[in-house]
Design a binder for this molecule. Structure first.
Ligand code: NAD
Length: 485
Protein backbone atom coordinates (compact mmCIF):
# COMPACT_ATOMS: atom_id res chain seq x y z
CA UNK A 1 0.00 0.00 0.00
CA UNK A 2 1.16 3.51 -0.73
CA UNK A 3 1.56 5.96 2.17
CA UNK A 4 0.57 9.63 2.12
CA UNK A 5 1.30 12.22 4.78
CA UNK A 6 0.31 15.76 5.65
CA UNK A 7 2.32 18.93 5.06
CA UNK A 8 2.57 21.41 7.92
CA UNK A 9 4.77 24.50 7.80
CA UNK A 10 6.44 23.15 4.66
CA UNK A 11 7.50 19.94 6.40
CA UNK A 12 6.13 16.45 5.79
CA UNK A 13 4.08 15.17 8.75
CA UNK A 14 3.47 11.43 8.35
CA UNK A 15 1.10 11.22 11.33
CA UNK A 16 1.52 9.12 14.46
CA UNK A 17 -1.24 6.79 13.24
CA UNK A 18 -2.82 6.21 9.84
CA UNK A 19 -6.11 5.18 8.24
CA UNK A 20 -6.72 3.49 4.90
CA UNK A 21 -8.74 4.51 1.88
CA UNK A 22 -10.37 1.92 -0.34
CA UNK A 23 -10.52 1.84 -4.14
CA UNK A 24 -14.29 1.62 -4.77
CA UNK A 25 -13.81 -0.35 -7.99
CA UNK A 26 -11.53 -3.08 -6.65
CA UNK A 27 -12.84 -2.94 -3.09
CA UNK A 28 -9.20 -3.10 -1.93
CA UNK A 29 -7.51 -0.65 0.43
CA UNK A 30 -4.90 1.19 -1.62
CA UNK A 31 -3.61 4.12 0.44
CA UNK A 32 -2.46 4.55 3.99
CA UNK A 33 -3.08 8.12 5.08
CA UNK A 34 -1.88 10.18 8.07
CA UNK A 35 -4.32 10.67 10.91
CA UNK A 36 -3.95 14.15 12.43
CA UNK A 37 -3.94 14.74 16.16
CA UNK A 38 -5.34 17.86 17.78
CA UNK A 39 -1.75 19.10 18.10
CA UNK A 40 -1.16 18.57 14.34
CA UNK A 41 -4.20 20.72 13.59
CA UNK A 42 -3.02 23.44 15.99
CA UNK A 43 0.47 23.29 14.42
CA UNK A 44 -1.04 23.68 10.93
CA UNK A 45 -3.01 26.77 11.96
CA UNK A 46 0.05 28.21 13.71
CA UNK A 47 2.17 27.60 10.60
CA UNK A 48 -0.45 29.32 8.44
CA UNK A 49 -0.53 32.27 10.88
CA UNK A 50 3.27 32.54 10.90
CA UNK A 51 3.38 32.58 7.08
CA UNK A 52 0.63 35.20 6.98
CA UNK A 53 2.47 37.39 9.48
CA UNK A 54 5.80 36.73 7.77
CA UNK A 55 7.25 36.52 4.27
CA UNK A 56 3.99 35.66 2.50
CA UNK A 57 2.05 38.49 4.11
CA UNK A 58 4.69 40.97 2.96
CA UNK A 59 4.91 39.64 -0.61
CA UNK A 60 3.68 41.96 -3.39
CA UNK A 61 0.77 40.77 -5.53
CA UNK A 62 2.96 40.40 -8.61
CA UNK A 63 5.19 37.91 -6.75
CA UNK A 64 2.18 35.95 -5.48
CA UNK A 65 0.95 35.87 -9.08
CA UNK A 66 4.24 34.39 -10.28
CA UNK A 67 4.04 31.62 -7.68
CA UNK A 68 0.39 30.88 -8.54
CA UNK A 69 1.30 30.47 -12.21
CA UNK A 70 4.22 28.22 -11.33
CA UNK A 71 1.92 26.10 -9.16
CA UNK A 72 -0.46 25.77 -12.12
CA UNK A 73 2.43 24.50 -14.28
CA UNK A 74 3.43 21.91 -11.68
CA UNK A 75 -0.18 20.73 -11.38
CA UNK A 76 -0.28 20.36 -15.13
CA UNK A 77 2.89 18.21 -15.06
CA UNK A 78 1.52 16.06 -12.23
CA UNK A 79 -2.00 16.00 -13.67
CA UNK A 80 -2.18 12.35 -14.79
CA UNK A 81 -0.85 11.16 -11.50
CA UNK A 82 -3.18 13.32 -9.41
CA UNK A 83 -6.20 12.33 -11.51
CA UNK A 84 -5.41 8.66 -10.96
CA UNK A 85 -5.22 9.24 -7.19
CA UNK A 86 -8.71 10.77 -7.30
CA UNK A 87 -10.15 7.89 -9.34
CA UNK A 88 -8.63 5.33 -6.98
CA UNK A 89 -10.08 7.20 -4.00
CA UNK A 90 -13.56 8.07 -5.26
CA UNK A 91 -14.25 5.75 -8.21
CA UNK A 92 -15.13 8.56 -10.62
CA UNK A 93 -14.11 8.19 -14.26
CA UNK A 94 -10.44 8.77 -14.92
CA UNK A 95 -11.34 10.79 -17.98
CA UNK A 96 -13.57 13.05 -15.85
CA UNK A 97 -10.89 13.51 -13.19
CA UNK A 98 -8.19 14.07 -15.85
CA UNK A 99 -10.40 16.69 -17.51
CA UNK A 100 -10.80 18.46 -14.17
CA UNK A 101 -7.04 18.35 -13.53
CA UNK A 102 -6.29 19.75 -16.99
CA UNK A 103 -8.63 22.64 -16.26
CA UNK A 104 -6.97 23.58 -12.95
CA UNK A 105 -3.93 25.56 -14.19
CA UNK A 106 -6.32 28.04 -15.83
CA UNK A 107 -7.87 28.75 -12.41
CA UNK A 108 -4.43 29.57 -10.97
CA UNK A 109 -3.63 31.72 -14.05
CA UNK A 110 -6.92 33.58 -13.76
CA UNK A 111 -6.39 34.41 -10.09
CA UNK A 112 -2.71 35.20 -10.74
CA UNK A 113 -4.05 37.84 -13.11
CA UNK A 114 -6.07 39.35 -10.27
CA UNK A 115 -3.42 39.10 -7.53
CA UNK A 116 -1.76 42.41 -8.45
CA UNK A 117 -5.04 44.19 -9.17
CA UNK A 118 -6.49 44.20 -5.68
CA UNK A 119 -7.35 47.84 -5.56
CA UNK A 120 -9.39 49.96 -3.20
CA UNK A 121 -11.12 53.24 -4.01
CA UNK A 122 -11.16 56.86 -3.00
CA UNK A 123 -14.48 57.89 -1.49
CA UNK A 124 -16.18 61.26 -1.42
CA UNK A 125 -16.62 61.56 2.36
CA UNK A 126 -18.93 64.54 2.02
CA UNK A 127 -16.47 66.39 4.25
CA UNK A 128 -13.91 68.76 2.71
CA UNK A 129 -11.66 68.31 5.77
CA UNK A 130 -11.35 64.56 5.31
CA UNK A 131 -9.74 62.43 2.65
CA UNK A 132 -11.31 58.96 2.65
CA UNK A 133 -10.30 55.75 0.98
CA UNK A 134 -11.09 52.06 1.18
CA UNK A 135 -8.30 49.51 1.03
CA UNK A 136 -8.69 45.75 0.71
CA UNK A 137 -6.70 43.36 2.87
CA UNK A 138 -6.54 39.55 3.01
CA UNK A 139 -8.75 38.03 5.73
CA UNK A 140 -5.89 35.91 7.13
CA UNK A 141 -5.89 32.18 7.86
CA UNK A 142 -8.49 30.20 5.90
CA UNK A 143 -9.75 26.72 6.81
CA UNK A 144 -10.83 24.84 3.66
CA UNK A 145 -12.95 21.73 4.23
CA UNK A 146 -13.61 19.48 1.26
CA UNK A 147 -15.90 16.63 0.16
CA UNK A 148 -14.83 13.52 -1.74
CA UNK A 149 -16.43 13.95 -5.12
CA UNK A 150 -13.99 16.34 -6.89
CA UNK A 151 -11.28 17.03 -4.33
CA UNK A 152 -8.76 19.15 -6.23
CA UNK A 153 -11.26 21.07 -8.35
CA UNK A 154 -13.31 22.05 -5.31
CA UNK A 155 -10.16 22.90 -3.33
CA UNK A 156 -8.97 25.08 -6.22
CA UNK A 157 -12.22 27.09 -6.09
CA UNK A 158 -11.02 28.15 -2.62
CA UNK A 159 -7.23 27.97 -2.80
CA UNK A 160 -6.58 29.99 -5.97
CA UNK A 161 -8.54 33.10 -4.86
CA UNK A 162 -7.37 32.79 -1.24
CA UNK A 163 -3.71 32.78 -2.32
CA UNK A 164 -4.30 35.58 -4.82
CA UNK A 165 -5.81 37.65 -2.00
CA UNK A 166 -2.74 36.98 0.18
CA UNK A 167 -4.34 34.54 2.64
CA UNK A 168 -2.82 31.32 3.95
CA UNK A 169 -4.75 28.04 3.98
CA UNK A 170 -5.17 24.87 6.03
CA UNK A 171 -7.04 22.25 3.98
CA UNK A 172 -8.92 19.28 5.43
CA UNK A 173 -9.67 16.75 2.68
CA UNK A 174 -12.47 14.20 2.94
CA UNK A 175 -11.69 10.94 4.71
CA UNK A 176 -13.01 9.15 1.57
CA UNK A 177 -10.68 10.86 -0.90
CA UNK A 178 -7.76 12.64 0.77
CA UNK A 179 -4.78 11.61 -1.37
CA UNK A 180 -4.75 14.13 -4.23
CA UNK A 181 -4.96 17.09 -1.82
CA UNK A 182 -2.10 15.73 0.30
CA UNK A 183 -0.07 15.29 -2.89
CA UNK A 184 -0.80 18.84 -4.02
CA UNK A 185 0.79 20.22 -0.85
CA UNK A 186 4.08 18.61 -1.89
CA UNK A 187 4.20 20.88 -4.95
CA UNK A 188 4.21 24.12 -2.98
CA UNK A 189 7.85 24.04 -1.97
CA UNK A 190 8.89 23.23 -5.55
CA UNK A 191 6.80 26.16 -6.80
CA UNK A 192 8.74 28.45 -4.43
CA UNK A 193 6.05 29.27 -1.84
CA UNK A 194 7.30 30.11 1.64
CA UNK A 195 6.56 27.36 4.20
CA UNK A 196 3.15 27.46 5.89
CA UNK A 197 1.22 29.11 3.05
CA UNK A 198 -0.62 25.85 2.35
CA UNK A 199 -0.97 23.13 4.99
CA UNK A 200 -2.93 19.88 5.06
CA UNK A 201 -4.52 17.91 7.90
CA UNK A 202 -6.26 14.59 7.28
CA UNK A 203 -8.16 12.10 9.39
CA UNK A 204 -10.75 9.35 9.29
CA UNK A 205 -13.15 10.97 11.72
CA UNK A 206 -15.09 14.22 11.80
CA UNK A 207 -12.90 15.36 14.67
CA UNK A 208 -10.09 16.72 12.53
CA UNK A 209 -12.51 19.09 10.78
CA UNK A 210 -14.07 20.01 14.11
CA UNK A 211 -10.68 20.88 15.66
CA UNK A 212 -9.84 22.99 12.64
CA UNK A 213 -13.09 24.96 12.53
CA UNK A 214 -13.05 25.54 16.30
CA UNK A 215 -9.52 26.96 16.26
CA UNK A 216 -9.87 30.65 17.22
CA UNK A 217 -6.93 31.58 14.99
CA UNK A 218 -8.90 30.59 11.86
CA UNK A 219 -10.23 33.81 10.33
CA UNK A 220 -12.54 32.34 7.70
CA UNK A 221 -14.00 28.93 6.94
CA UNK A 222 -14.70 27.80 3.42
CA UNK A 223 -16.71 24.59 3.37
CA UNK A 224 -17.97 22.35 0.58
CA UNK A 225 -20.07 19.38 1.61
CA UNK A 226 -23.51 18.38 2.77
CA UNK A 227 -26.25 20.60 4.12
CA UNK A 228 -26.26 19.14 7.64
CA UNK A 229 -22.48 19.29 8.06
CA UNK A 230 -22.43 22.80 6.58
CA UNK A 231 -24.83 24.03 9.24
CA UNK A 232 -22.71 22.43 11.99
CA UNK A 233 -19.52 23.93 10.55
CA UNK A 234 -20.99 27.44 10.22
CA UNK A 235 -22.26 27.38 13.78
CA UNK A 236 -18.94 26.10 15.16
CA UNK A 237 -17.11 28.86 13.25
CA UNK A 238 -19.60 31.39 14.61
CA UNK A 239 -18.56 30.47 18.18
CA UNK A 240 -15.39 32.45 17.54
CA UNK A 241 -17.17 34.73 15.06
CA UNK A 242 -15.38 33.51 11.96
CA UNK A 243 -17.52 33.91 8.82
CA UNK A 244 -18.10 30.94 6.51
CA UNK A 245 -18.62 30.33 2.83
CA UNK A 246 -20.86 27.29 2.37
CA UNK A 247 -21.18 25.29 -0.86
CA UNK A 248 -23.76 22.65 -0.06
CA UNK A 249 -26.09 20.22 -1.76
CA UNK A 250 -28.78 20.56 -4.38
CA UNK A 251 -31.90 19.09 -5.96
CA UNK A 252 -31.62 20.90 -9.23
CA UNK A 253 -34.43 20.98 -11.80
CA UNK A 254 -33.67 20.33 -15.46
CA UNK A 255 -36.72 21.73 -17.28
CA UNK A 256 -37.76 20.71 -20.80
CA UNK A 257 -40.25 22.78 -22.83
CA UNK A 258 -41.96 21.40 -25.94
CA UNK A 259 -40.18 23.86 -28.28
CA UNK A 260 -36.74 22.54 -27.25
CA UNK A 261 -34.41 20.46 -29.40
CA UNK A 262 -35.49 17.21 -27.74
CA UNK A 263 -32.39 15.26 -28.65
CA UNK A 264 -30.18 17.91 -27.05
CA UNK A 265 -32.50 18.08 -24.05
CA UNK A 266 -32.43 14.30 -23.53
CA UNK A 267 -28.64 14.41 -23.76
CA UNK A 268 -28.61 17.25 -21.21
CA UNK A 269 -30.79 15.25 -18.83
CA UNK A 270 -28.34 12.33 -19.10
CA UNK A 271 -25.35 14.65 -18.52
CA UNK A 272 -27.12 16.23 -15.57
CA UNK A 273 -27.74 13.08 -13.61
CA UNK A 274 -25.69 10.16 -14.89
CA UNK A 275 -22.33 11.90 -15.41
CA UNK A 276 -20.16 11.18 -12.36
CA UNK A 277 -22.84 8.61 -11.41
CA UNK A 278 -24.86 11.53 -10.06
CA UNK A 279 -22.27 12.14 -7.33
CA UNK A 280 -22.13 15.84 -7.96
CA UNK A 281 -23.71 18.78 -6.16
CA UNK A 282 -25.05 20.21 -9.42
CA UNK A 283 -26.78 16.96 -10.44
CA UNK A 284 -29.97 17.72 -12.37
CA UNK A 285 -31.79 15.18 -10.24
CA UNK A 286 -35.32 16.42 -10.98
CA UNK A 287 -36.45 16.39 -14.61
CA UNK A 288 -39.47 18.63 -15.19
CA UNK A 289 -40.94 17.81 -18.59
CA UNK A 290 -43.84 19.50 -20.37
CA UNK A 291 -46.81 17.16 -20.79
CA UNK A 292 -46.79 17.47 -24.62
CA UNK A 293 -43.31 15.94 -24.89
CA UNK A 294 -43.23 13.97 -21.63
CA UNK A 295 -43.57 10.48 -23.15
CA UNK A 296 -41.07 11.12 -25.90
CA UNK A 297 -38.40 12.65 -23.65
CA UNK A 298 -38.76 9.97 -20.95
CA UNK A 299 -38.48 7.26 -23.61
CA UNK A 300 -35.32 8.83 -25.07
CA UNK A 301 -33.64 9.19 -21.66
CA UNK A 302 -34.65 5.69 -20.54
CA UNK A 303 -33.31 4.06 -23.69
CA UNK A 304 -29.97 5.90 -23.40
CA UNK A 305 -29.79 5.08 -19.66
CA UNK A 306 -30.10 1.39 -20.46
CA UNK A 307 -27.03 1.55 -22.72
CA UNK A 308 -24.74 3.46 -20.34
CA UNK A 309 -21.58 1.40 -19.97
CA UNK A 310 -20.72 0.66 -16.36
CA UNK A 311 -17.32 -0.65 -15.37
CA UNK A 312 -13.74 0.17 -14.48
CA UNK A 313 -13.51 3.95 -14.04
CA UNK A 314 -10.01 3.81 -15.50
CA UNK A 315 -11.19 2.29 -18.80
CA UNK A 316 -11.79 4.83 -21.58
CA UNK A 317 -15.07 3.22 -22.69
CA UNK A 318 -16.66 3.35 -19.22
CA UNK A 319 -19.44 5.90 -18.80
CA UNK A 320 -20.32 5.25 -15.16
CA UNK A 321 -18.04 3.94 -12.45
CA UNK A 322 -18.98 2.65 -9.01
CA UNK A 323 -20.45 4.58 -6.11
CA UNK A 324 -17.74 5.98 -3.82
CA UNK A 325 -18.31 3.95 -0.64
CA UNK A 326 -20.76 1.40 0.80
CA UNK A 327 -22.67 3.88 3.00
CA UNK A 328 -23.39 6.04 -0.05
CA UNK A 329 -24.62 3.00 -2.01
CA UNK A 330 -26.92 2.02 0.87
CA UNK A 331 -28.35 5.53 0.92
CA UNK A 332 -29.09 5.45 -2.84
CA UNK A 333 -30.70 2.00 -2.61
CA UNK A 334 -32.80 3.15 0.35
CA UNK A 335 -34.23 6.09 -1.60
CA UNK A 336 -35.11 3.94 -4.62
CA UNK A 337 -36.68 1.18 -2.53
CA UNK A 338 -38.80 3.60 -0.53
CA UNK A 339 -40.02 5.27 -3.76
CA UNK A 340 -40.88 1.81 -5.13
CA UNK A 341 -42.82 0.85 -2.01
CA UNK A 342 -44.64 4.21 -2.10
CA UNK A 343 -46.01 3.27 -5.55
CA UNK A 344 -43.57 5.10 -7.86
CA UNK A 345 -42.59 3.49 -11.16
CA UNK A 346 -38.94 2.53 -11.62
CA UNK A 347 -38.88 3.28 -15.33
CA UNK A 348 -35.22 2.30 -15.78
CA UNK A 349 -32.51 0.75 -13.63
CA UNK A 350 -33.05 0.33 -9.91
CA UNK A 351 -30.44 -2.38 -9.34
CA UNK A 352 -26.81 -3.19 -10.05
CA UNK A 353 -27.21 -4.97 -13.44
CA UNK A 354 -25.74 -8.01 -11.76
CA UNK A 355 -22.35 -6.31 -11.44
CA UNK A 356 -22.14 -6.42 -7.64
CA UNK A 357 -19.52 -4.37 -5.84
CA UNK A 358 -20.47 -0.73 -5.47
CA UNK A 359 -22.31 -0.42 -8.78
CA UNK A 360 -25.76 1.10 -9.10
CA UNK A 361 -27.55 1.40 -12.43
CA UNK A 362 -28.73 4.65 -14.03
CA UNK A 363 -32.23 4.86 -12.55
CA UNK A 364 -35.32 6.79 -13.63
CA UNK A 365 -38.30 7.20 -11.33
CA UNK A 366 -41.70 8.35 -12.65
CA UNK A 367 -45.19 8.62 -11.16
CA UNK A 368 -44.00 10.58 -8.16
CA UNK A 369 -45.03 13.94 -6.74
CA UNK A 370 -42.67 16.77 -5.97
CA UNK A 371 -43.30 16.17 -2.26
CA UNK A 372 -41.76 12.66 -2.38
CA UNK A 373 -38.41 12.18 -0.68
CA UNK A 374 -36.77 11.36 -4.05
CA UNK A 375 -37.80 14.84 -5.26
CA UNK A 376 -36.91 16.75 -2.10
CA UNK A 377 -33.77 15.15 -0.68
CA UNK A 378 -30.34 15.01 -2.25
CA UNK A 379 -29.62 11.38 -3.18
CA UNK A 380 -26.12 12.02 -4.59
CA UNK A 381 -26.37 9.09 -6.97
CA UNK A 382 -27.55 8.18 -10.49
CA UNK A 383 -31.27 8.57 -9.78
CA UNK A 384 -33.48 10.86 -11.85
CA UNK A 385 -36.98 11.71 -10.61
CA UNK A 386 -39.31 12.87 -13.37
CA UNK A 387 -42.23 15.26 -12.98
CA UNK A 388 -44.73 16.49 -15.58
CA UNK A 389 -45.89 20.12 -15.94
CA UNK A 390 -48.57 21.94 -17.95
CA UNK A 391 -47.22 25.47 -18.28
CA UNK A 392 -44.38 27.80 -17.42
CA UNK A 393 -45.95 28.91 -14.13
CA UNK A 394 -46.21 25.33 -12.92
CA UNK A 395 -42.62 24.61 -14.02
CA UNK A 396 -41.32 27.56 -11.98
CA UNK A 397 -43.43 26.60 -8.95
CA UNK A 398 -42.17 22.99 -9.05
CA UNK A 399 -38.56 24.02 -9.58
CA UNK A 400 -38.69 26.48 -6.67
CA UNK A 401 -40.56 24.07 -4.35
CA UNK A 402 -37.31 22.79 -2.92
CA UNK A 403 -35.30 23.74 0.12
CA UNK A 404 -32.24 23.79 -2.14
CA UNK A 405 -31.28 26.42 -4.72
CA UNK A 406 -28.01 25.47 -6.38
CA UNK A 407 -28.71 25.24 -10.12
CA UNK A 408 -31.29 24.69 -12.86
CA UNK A 409 -31.36 23.88 -16.57
CA UNK A 410 -33.89 25.20 -19.11
CA UNK A 411 -34.38 23.64 -22.54
CA UNK A 412 -36.30 25.91 -24.91
CA UNK A 413 -35.95 27.78 -28.22
CA UNK A 414 -37.95 30.77 -26.95
CA UNK A 415 -35.65 33.64 -25.96
CA UNK A 416 -38.43 35.53 -24.18
CA UNK A 417 -39.13 32.48 -22.05
CA UNK A 418 -35.41 32.29 -21.20
CA UNK A 419 -35.52 35.80 -19.73
CA UNK A 420 -38.72 35.15 -17.79
CA UNK A 421 -37.52 31.85 -16.40
CA UNK A 422 -33.98 32.88 -15.43
CA UNK A 423 -35.46 35.77 -13.46
CA UNK A 424 -37.92 33.59 -11.53
CA UNK A 425 -35.78 30.55 -10.71
CA UNK A 426 -34.39 30.72 -7.15
CA UNK A 427 -30.91 29.31 -7.81
CA UNK A 428 -27.26 30.37 -8.07
CA UNK A 429 -26.67 29.07 -11.63
CA UNK A 430 -29.00 28.64 -14.63
CA UNK A 431 -27.92 26.81 -17.77
CA UNK A 432 -29.90 27.43 -20.94
CA UNK A 433 -29.84 24.61 -23.50
CA UNK A 434 -26.87 23.13 -21.66
CA UNK A 435 -26.07 21.53 -18.33
CA UNK A 436 -23.03 21.04 -16.09
CA UNK A 437 -20.55 23.61 -17.33
CA UNK A 438 -18.30 25.54 -14.97
CA UNK A 439 -15.53 28.06 -15.43
CA UNK A 440 -13.11 29.98 -13.21
CA UNK A 441 -14.56 33.34 -14.27
CA UNK A 442 -18.23 32.53 -13.56
CA UNK A 443 -19.39 32.89 -9.95
CA UNK A 444 -20.66 29.64 -8.48
CA UNK A 445 -22.74 29.02 -5.38
CA UNK A 446 -26.23 28.53 -4.08
CA UNK A 447 -29.19 30.18 -2.43
CA UNK A 448 -31.52 28.77 0.25
CA UNK A 449 -30.11 25.56 1.81
CA UNK A 450 -27.54 25.21 -0.96
CA UNK A 451 -25.37 27.63 0.98
CA UNK A 452 -24.05 31.15 0.88
CA UNK A 453 -21.15 33.02 -0.61
CA UNK A 454 -19.72 32.60 -4.09
CA UNK A 455 -16.66 30.85 -5.50
CA UNK A 456 -14.87 31.65 -8.77
CA UNK A 457 -14.90 34.95 -10.63
CA UNK A 458 -14.07 38.24 -8.98
CA UNK A 459 -16.82 37.41 -6.47
CA UNK A 460 -14.74 34.43 -5.30
CA UNK A 461 -11.76 36.71 -4.65
CA UNK A 462 -13.95 39.03 -2.58
CA UNK A 463 -14.65 36.21 -0.09
CA UNK A 464 -10.99 36.39 0.98
CA UNK A 465 -10.68 40.17 1.28
CA UNK A 466 -11.76 42.56 3.98
CA UNK A 467 -12.51 46.23 3.29
CA UNK A 468 -10.83 48.81 5.48
CA UNK A 469 -12.13 52.41 5.63
CA UNK A 470 -9.44 55.05 6.18
CA UNK A 471 -10.26 58.68 7.18
CA UNK A 472 -7.45 61.22 6.99
CA UNK A 473 -7.98 64.60 8.60
CA UNK A 474 -6.47 67.19 6.28
CA UNK A 475 -6.74 70.56 8.08
CA UNK A 476 -5.10 70.09 11.48
CA UNK A 477 -8.12 71.68 13.22
CA UNK A 478 -9.60 70.30 16.44
CA UNK A 479 -13.35 69.68 16.78
CA UNK A 480 -16.03 69.18 19.44
CA UNK A 481 -15.01 65.88 21.11
CA UNK A 482 -18.60 65.17 22.22
CA UNK A 483 -20.24 65.19 18.80
CA UNK A 484 -20.11 62.40 16.23
CA UNK A 485 -18.81 63.79 13.02
P1 NAD B 1 -19.84 15.87 4.23
O1 NAD B 1 -20.63 17.06 4.64
O2 NAD B 1 -20.15 14.56 4.85
O3 NAD B 1 -18.28 16.11 4.51
C1 NAD B 1 -17.59 17.20 3.95
C2 NAD B 1 -16.32 17.44 4.75
O4 NAD B 1 -16.65 17.91 6.04
C3 NAD B 1 -15.45 16.20 4.94
O5 NAD B 1 -14.10 16.57 4.80
C4 NAD B 1 -15.76 15.81 6.37
O6 NAD B 1 -14.74 15.09 7.00
C5 NAD B 1 -15.91 17.16 7.01
N1 NAD B 1 -16.69 17.18 8.25
C6 NAD B 1 -17.67 16.35 8.62
N2 NAD B 1 -18.19 16.75 9.80
C7 NAD B 1 -17.52 17.85 10.17
C8 NAD B 1 -17.61 18.73 11.29
N3 NAD B 1 -18.50 18.53 12.26
N4 NAD B 1 -16.77 19.79 11.33
C9 NAD B 1 -15.89 20.01 10.35
N5 NAD B 1 -15.75 19.21 9.27
C10 NAD B 1 -16.57 18.14 9.18
O7 NAD B 1 -19.98 15.83 2.64
P2 NAD B 1 -19.48 14.67 1.64
O8 NAD B 1 -20.35 13.48 1.81
O9 NAD B 1 -18.01 14.54 1.73
O10 NAD B 1 -19.79 15.35 0.22
C11 NAD B 1 -21.01 15.27 -0.40
C12 NAD B 1 -21.80 16.54 -0.20
O11 NAD B 1 -21.06 17.66 -0.69
C13 NAD B 1 -23.10 16.57 -0.99
O12 NAD B 1 -24.14 17.08 -0.19
C14 NAD B 1 -22.81 17.51 -2.14
O13 NAD B 1 -23.93 18.14 -2.69
C15 NAD B 1 -21.90 18.48 -1.49
N6 NAD B 1 -21.11 19.19 -2.50
C16 NAD B 1 -21.39 20.51 -2.74
C17 NAD B 1 -20.69 21.18 -3.74
C18 NAD B 1 -20.95 22.65 -4.02
O14 NAD B 1 -20.05 23.30 -4.54
N7 NAD B 1 -22.12 23.20 -3.72
C19 NAD B 1 -19.73 20.52 -4.49
C20 NAD B 1 -19.50 19.16 -4.23
C21 NAD B 1 -20.19 18.51 -3.23
Amino acid sequence: MERFGMTIGGEPRPGRTTFTTVDPYTGEPWAEVAEATEQDVADAVNAARAAFDGEWGAMPGRERARLLRRLGELISEAGDDLALCETRDNGKLLREMSGQLQALPAYYDYYAGLADKIEGRVVDTGRPDFFGYVSRAPVGVVAAILPWNSPLLLLTFKLAPALAAGCTVVAKPSEQAPVSILRLAELFERAGFPPGVFNTVSGASRQVGEWLVANPDVDRVSFTGSEVTGAAVASAAAQHLAPSTLELGGKSANIVFPDADLEAAANGLIAGIFAAAGQTCIAGSRALIHEEVYDEVVARVASRAATITMGDPKAPETEMGPICFPGQLDKIRGFVESARSDGATIRAGGGDRGMGGLFFEPTIITDVTNEAAVCQDEIFGPVLSVLRFKDEGEAVALANSSRYGLAAGIWTADVRRVFRMTKRLQVGTVWVNAYRTLNYAMPFGGVKNSGFGRENGTEGLGEYLEDKAVWIETTGNTRDPFVLG
